[in-house]
Design a protein around this ligand. Structure first.
Ligand code: M6R
Length: 608
């Protein structure tokens, strides 16, 4: 939530900041701003506005030749969307950008008596005021930042300019992510994530919490709170700038839907040897799984729904108890875990604050925490005992797609490994399962062929008020993800129900013309789901059926039918979800919504 970037080096800063902010816009897009040393003197200028980065560009000075600046794109937390509340905030000799929440901002305001001096309603301006006060006292930017953050409670990634230090950026963080890099040719970069400066470097390091960074064109100094210099641990990504661009697609979401075959293949291929799962590339040997008696999966949003599919598959196929927990609930509960519980923490960004807090709690009760994460070096990846990366590449659209299918595929491999170790499955069966998993990219590719039909169908959905998704077993789990996709980017109320639950209340919502997306791919309950669908049809629902039947033409059953190619039951989720994703995408665009930047949402949820 909120994207931040800083640059100081051998190029003009403004174009780098604006381009970086455009790439970070998925993190927040209600207002934007930059601060820089005007004419490279000790004068700090600020340009900011409510609106998108394109609106900011319109108020920037084309002649700006500063080589050092910071930029911010906002997702409002404290204070509404206005130019005054946009970052950077200037107080005294300090200009500050911030991603996070300062929880004790009111207390700090009262303690220091900042009230009448503040021009915005933001916690960030209070933080700038505290830093400025400390700077006046201590006379040193680094010491001022360290002293200020010692008094703050909450999450923050701060980048600051200090008037007397042109060409330098000072930064510090707690919880909220920041990565940085330096190259001899270009200079020093810092940002919420690597996509902001991937044009310049594929090498970067994740900024450790409570460490001070001083960026200058000549390099980056990293030090701990006691002033000891620390060597940054550089990582390298295996994707390049094109992965963070639309490459001809109208939206990132559509591009990412189409990238799924590749994302899944890249996630599973390095972990298959002799047709069996092998996690040696992750530095994980069988001992991690050997005495596992139960599993707890923890996640939020789409990652949670991927976990639910994984959990059900592992329970049913391999007989291991698996529960799936909502991170924001789990973190405030008293969970029952033990030394034999494997906790799998699943997250695309690796920065979701609830998932991170849940991981920290889980670590107090088990030594077996495994992160299933897409972003290399992210907080969740660093703090877990073990980490397995999905290799989906950067996911920019707010609505998660390729991360979901990659996560599900990874869960399937983990499941087979557990099944083998727990002797719940024989080697030939395991090999057959893994070989089927290897064909998932082709399954997804086939489903992408339905795109035109799905797009045409959404003309019927764009006027809906409610859409219901129904299914049983794995179909119900995938229905939840389908409903989330539709509601978050089309703003149509969408809900998933276990088909058997309809008659316990929900069916009263079904009236003439209400769209019902009915999913029936699980052989053991097919007949039951078909009966449930007929019940909705009899009450006037407009039924879109996804099933493995050929040529369904019965008007008492459905209005539209999508044939789901016949694959083993566990694998139809990969087929069904592609239709659901495209349905959501085209409904969103059909309603004139930008699916990459739906209202009120941000890609990486780093506030509670
Ligand atoms: O980065 P994470 O996977 O931890 O994010 C979890 C959710 O915030 C995320 O999946 C969210 O629900 C997406 N908007 C869903 O499309």
């Amino acid at each position: 939530m909120c994207g931040i970037i800083g640059f100081t080096g051998f190029h003009k800063a403004q174009p780098i900041l604006l381009e970086g902010l455009k790439r970070l816009e998925y993190r927040g897009y209600d207002s934007a701003g930059i601060a820089y040393f005007r004419d490279n003197t000790t004068h700090i200028s600020i340009r900011k506005t409510a609106g998108k980065v394109s609106d900011l560009a319109a108020v920037c000075d084309d002649e700006n030749d500063s080589i050092c600046g910071i930029g911010h794109t906002r997702w409002a937390t404290h204070g509404g969307v206005s130019t005054a509340n946009a970052h950077p905030h200037k107080f005294g000799h300090v200009a500050l950008i911030h991603n996070g929440i300062i929880e004790n901002y009111q207390e700090l305001t009262d303690t220091y008596g900042f009230g009448p001096k503040l021009k915005s309603q933001t916690d960030t301006e209070v933080a700038a005021a505290v830093i400025s006060t400390k700077y006046d006292e201590l006379g040193d930017p680094g010491e001022a930042l360290k002293a200020a953050v010692r008094e703050m409670k909450g999450s923050f990634a701060f980048c600051a300019l200090f008037k007397e230090y042109p060409g330098k950026i000072f930064a510090i963080r707690n919880v909220s992510p920041m990565v940085a890099t330096w190259t001899k040719e270009d200079g020093a970069f810092i940002a919420s994530d690597l996509t902001a400066f991937i044009d310049y470097s594929k090498r970067y390091f994740a900024v450790p919490e409570y460490h001070l960074l001083t960026l200058s064109p000549e390099g980056i100094r990293l030090e701990d709170m006691d002033g000891n210099e620390v060597k940054p641990e550089y990582l390298t990504v295996d994707w390049d700038v094109s992965a963070a661009q639309k490459e001809g697609y109208p939206h990132f979401m559509l591009k990412e839907i189409h990238e799924q075959p590749d994302a899944i293949a890249k996630t599973i291929a390095p972990r298959i040897r002799d047709s069996l799962p092998d996690f040696s590339v992750d530095g994980i040997d069988d001992s991690l799984f050997e005495d596992v008696r139960d599993i707890t999966v923890i996640a939020c949003g789409t990652a949670l729904y991927a976990g639910m599919v994984g959990a059900q598959m592992i329970r049913e196929n391999f007989g291991i108890p698996v529960s799936c927990e909502i991170a924001s609930e789990f973190r405030y509960e008293r969970p029952v875990l033990n030394a034999h519980t494997l906790v799998i923490v699943c997250s695309q960004s690796g920065e979701t604050i609830d998932t991170l807090a849940a991981l920290r709690l889980a670590k107090t009760r088990t030594k077996k925490t495994l992160a299933l994460v897409n972003v290399k070096g992210s907080s969740i990846a660093r703090e877990s005992d073990y980490v397995m990366y999905t290799h989906a590449g950067p996911e920019i659209a707010v609505a998660s797609t390729k991360a979901y299918t990659s996560q599900v595929a990874a869960f399937y491999l983990i499941g087979v490994k557990l099944g083998l170790i727990g002797k719940k499955i024989l080697i030939p069966e395991a090999k057959e399962f893994v070989e089927t998993l290897r064909t998932v990219p082709d399954m997804v590719h086939t489903m992408l062929g339905y795109e035109d039909r799905v797009a045409a169908l959404t003309k019927r959905l764009i006027h809906a008020w409610d859409v219901f998704y129904i299914g049983r077993g794995l179909d119900y789990k995938v229905a939840m993800e389908g409903a989330l996709k539709l509601k978050e980017i089309s703003y149509i109320h969408a809900e998933a129900y276990a088909a058997g639950e309809l008659k316990h209340g929900t069916i009263s919502l079904v009236e003439d013309g209400v769209p019902v997306i009915a999913i029936s791919t699980q052989k053991n309950v097919h007949g039951k789901v078909i009966s449930n669908i007929r019940e909705t049809k009899a009450r006037g629902a407009y039924v879109i059926l996804l099933s493995r039947d050929e040529n369904v033409t019965d008007p008492a059953l459905c209005d539209v039918h999508f044939h789901i190619p016949d694959v083993p039951d566990e694998f139809t989720v990969f087929e069904v979800i592609v239709i659901c994703q495209m349905l959501a995408y085209y409904t969103s665009t059909g309603r004139g919504v930008n699916p990459d930047q739906p209202r009120n949402l941000a890609k990486s949820v780093t506030v509670e």
